[in-house]
Design a protein around this ligand. Sequence first.
Ligand code: PGA
Length: 248
Amino acid sequence: MRNRYLIANWKMNLPPEGMRPYLDAVGRAEMNDVEIVVAPPFPYLRDVTRAPDRIFAGAQNCADQKSGAFTGEVSAWMLQELGVRYALVGHSERRALYGETDALLQRKLTAALEANLTPVLCVGEDLRVREAGHVARHLAEQIRAVTTPALESAREVVIAYEPVWAIGTGRSASGAMVAETVADIRDALARFWPVRYRDDAPILYGGSVTPDNVTDLQTNGGMDGYLVGGASLSSEKFLAIFDAMKVS
Ligand code: PGA
């Protein structure tokens, strides 16, 4: 059985209802086998580590180095010491807006693993790649490019499949489309990473997930969870997505 996750990516936002009421509401959710991770902007991580027991803290990014003269960076080891469990690596906004390259992401993935964080590696194609029919090749290349010896002894790596054209656009992929792409990702994991990742790595979907489309993704996409941006800023919507995951 793979682990299942629901991850809130607040990006550079805070929930309008206030962080404490949000965390209290989510913390009251009925237990099930889905792990809830909240990824706030850096200054709020400590608050999330102190939230009710069942909520885990995730960072939206981490540095590729352990320490040193890297102004503005936060290392995976610092996050680990703070009680953070997860770190997003290679979110498409980091790749596109901040020029994060595959070589940098390979070092970030290595750093996160060496610091004992569970990385959430984000991969996904833009519309041009999808329309050209090159999705499988593109995702395989993103996975191959970050291969690191640290994967050998890692406990877990979570993959988030986030098509760029679906992020923040209100245009989600369908469950059927995602199911096909998940199979491509598992093939790439088997080819380039230690082979156990093919079956063991949880694969999440992200890109305009809402309480309205999660059932299709859940039923037809066979996802191990979701990385949610916009809809994660409301505890009510986030919990509705969580509830939809229970029925499967
Ligand atoms: P979205 O963001 O749910 O607002 O599309 C998802 C993400 O970027 O992780």
